[in-house]
Unconditional design. Sequence first.
Length: 170
Amino acid sequence: MERTLENLLYASRWLLAPIYIGLSLALVALGIKFFQEVFHILPGILAMNEADLVLVVLSLVDIALVGGLIVMVMLSGYENFVSAIDIKEGEEKLSWLGKLDAGSLKQKVAASIVAISSIHLLKAFMNAPQLLGNGDNRDDTLLMWYVIIHITFVLSALGMALVDRMNQKH
């Protein structure tokens, strides 16, 4: 009875596989959105001012970072929790594949979230003259909350890294 239960629990890890396939579909959706943005700005790129172009490029970088995060979570999660990914000899293999344990993955995800948050914060600050120009205190408060949330992400990432470092020493 115990052996059957253990085998069933172990086999249930395959319930994660459809979730990782869903992440690959999210990656496709991000790719579509990326090129939608590119095609949207192309006609007016010569008339666009530098600040607006930088904002669009930051949006594209943001999409790329989220895509990289999805790939990292999808492949590392699958390999850590479902099954090893067998790459044929001679085919290109990502250097980090098979080397990220759950703790390393958690740190990389936290660092990616901080980077994505940084881009959003930078975009908010670049839009600040338009937001703050209308004299609305709600816009000041909104910028303050962006900073607070970003600092929370940074402190969380640092805290996780510190805990992992302490665990490695013990």
